[in-house]
Design a protein around this ligand. Sequence first.
Ligand code: IMP
Ligand code: MG
Length: 179
Amino acid sequence: MAERVKLHDKEFEKFIDREKIKEAVEKVSSEINRDLADKNPLFLVILNGAFVFAADLLRRYPHDCDISFIKLSSYLGTKTSHTVREVIGLDTNVKDRTVVLVEDIIDTGITMEHIVAQMKNMEAQDVRLATLLFKPHAFEKDFTIDYIGMEVPNDFIVGCGLDYDGKGRNLPDLYKIVE
Ligand code: IMP
Ligand code: MG
């Protein structure tokens, strides 16, 4: 893949290779497989961005589980809008379940906080958070993230499911914006 890509009006440069992503997925996968083997977890994948991570992670999960999806949106262009819009709601009962929320990236933490509160309202027994990427310098909340693939700097990133206004989700490496 190219070292630089142009998406809409912005340039992005390659900054994390697919091999590093694979290592991050394997790390999270081995932790989850160890912790949840006998829990029959419900993996709740947060669309759109988490579809790539979820596909890699869940094909490595060898035990009994359920998988469902919700669709949320908080970003407008390259900035968080600080509000979360629910686009497709949850169709699965989470009561008394071990629920693993699967995210592509945790940035401010607003999205996750919103969903965790919703899971607790719906009486999930145990809510765990798994994210491929985490931006510690953007994080504004204080909840614990159980499984983190890797930490990234506070740059705008695309690839591996992450997009800039709909573009770049298909890139197999991670690219960061060139300011
Ligand atoms: P938060 O609510 O601020 O934690 O933002 C989480 C959501 O914003 C993620 O699920 C992504 O969809 C999106 N997001 C955050 N940072 C980036 C980025 O660098 N590139 C693309 N999308 C991002
Ligand atoms: Mg997302």
